[in-house]
Ligand binder design. Sequence first.
Ligand code: G4P
Length: 535
Amino acid sequence: MTTATPVTASSATVLAEAGRRRTFAVISHPDAGKSTMTEALALHAKVISEAGAVHGKAGRRGVVSDWMEMEKARGISITSAALQFSYRDCVINLLDTPGHADFSEDTYRVLSAVDCAVMLLDAAKGLEPQTLKLFDVCRYRGIPVITFINKWDRPGRNALDLCDELGERIGLQAMPLTWPVGDAGHFRGVLDRRGGHFVRYQRTAGGATAAGEEHLPPSQAEAEEGANWTRASEEAELLGASGGEFELERFLNATATPVLFGSAVLNFGVRQLLDLLVEIAPRPTARLDAAGDPRELDTPFSAFVFKVQTGMDRAHRDQVAFARVCSGVFERGMVVTNAATGKPFATKYVQQVFGQQRSTLDTAFPGDVIGLVNATALHVGDTLHAGKPVVRFPGLPSFAPAHFAVARPADLSRSKQFRKGIEQLESEGVVQILRSLRRGDGAPVFAAVGPMQFEVAAHRLDAEFKSPVRLEPLPYTVVRRLADPKQRSIVDGNRTEVLTRTDGVDLALFPDSTALGVMRRLHPEVRLESLVAGT
Ligand code: G4P
């Protein structure tokens, strides 16, 4: 049982502040418009006066950083952090989920720190592979999902088809709250299904400012929009008949998803998304500790580290640990305990970080993310807490890897440091380490969700442990858990291999899904279980 004494003096404040927090991440496939949406959200919330400040692409003022050498060389970001802004009477925390080539376990881990996700789909493409992977993690964690169908300003798929796809492929009933008027490419605005009125958008130059909106009653919409309006209202009625009415409970238990249509680049539909977050996204609630007891929001400060970023500041090569506050008030300067080591951690330097923008943070409440600078002693999954007793949140799970490489020290005289480095990287969750009985030399196998993790690991072995690594990629892309170790010899063969994770789980690796299919056909008795992204 958690016996921590509530912070009575500020209990009411903590509960009120937590109640104002909406902490979410955008899950999407590269190019669906996540950066554009982030800008648009920030723009609506008046954090940034001109669109472009968050975006890191050429020609715009970027905050996507270029800290590490390799990051700079490849022009991509390997960071993730949180953007905080206020909207209406709420404080919104938008946690970044790195994508593109920097897709990694960090991307998944961010989802352990949010209360809600916005699934951003490209209207022309619908569900895409990376979105599906991230959605798997949301499903595993029971995170409610709001769907935003983006790029409606250009030709795309039919709105009804897109909604059907959600039900058919991921079993999520679509509950559209707005319905597009005009086909993709001829976007006029949306029918607000709750109010019944037409929200007509007015373009602004290049979407650089929040789009203007006109609200028209149905009769006027019909008169002015003709067939487009009639079709939209007929389709919207159809939705009602097919289980698409909004029910809060189904959203919260993650069996259905409210759907909005819009265009991030033109700032269409973004306000509705913000309003929806404020109205229905879950507020922070008591998090379960490792013993399964709820850590109430108004107990003393506690937080868990979901990401550690090395070398964010090129001048100082510092290390920032990002922690999500779970209970109590965080005040800059307070000394907290790292539950993993029992050691104190002084929080003199705390920041809110998003891309290159950093600002010093003084106070944080449940749902907020704090960036702890000089946090060399903190690792992913660590719990921080104030006072006694010790609080420990469950460690973060490792995720189904898709990239594998044998790791050998390039300099044999540094083998000891190499082993130490590998242990350290594994404990921080930089890469997963697998072992093989078959490989006589006992060389560890690195396993990762994204190849960028290998580069980070190699860079750190070299820079911190002075033990450069030689990586030999293995030709596997598909992994399953081998439930029964006695069946190992059936699977361990020429083209497939069984490796053991440090926690003792046996993983069967296949070059592709065809090879997995062949194994299943030839040996239906072998129990090969899907690794949900979150196991
Ligand atoms: P990402 O972070 O998810 O990878 O996507 P990003 O926002 O970078 O958007 C990918 C491309 O899609 C960008 O075009 C962006 O302008 C465009 N885009 C985003 N939202 C919309 C939308 O609602 N409608 C339309 N038509 N396009 C959209 P780009 O040409 O790759 O880059 P840029 O030069 O425009 O920045």
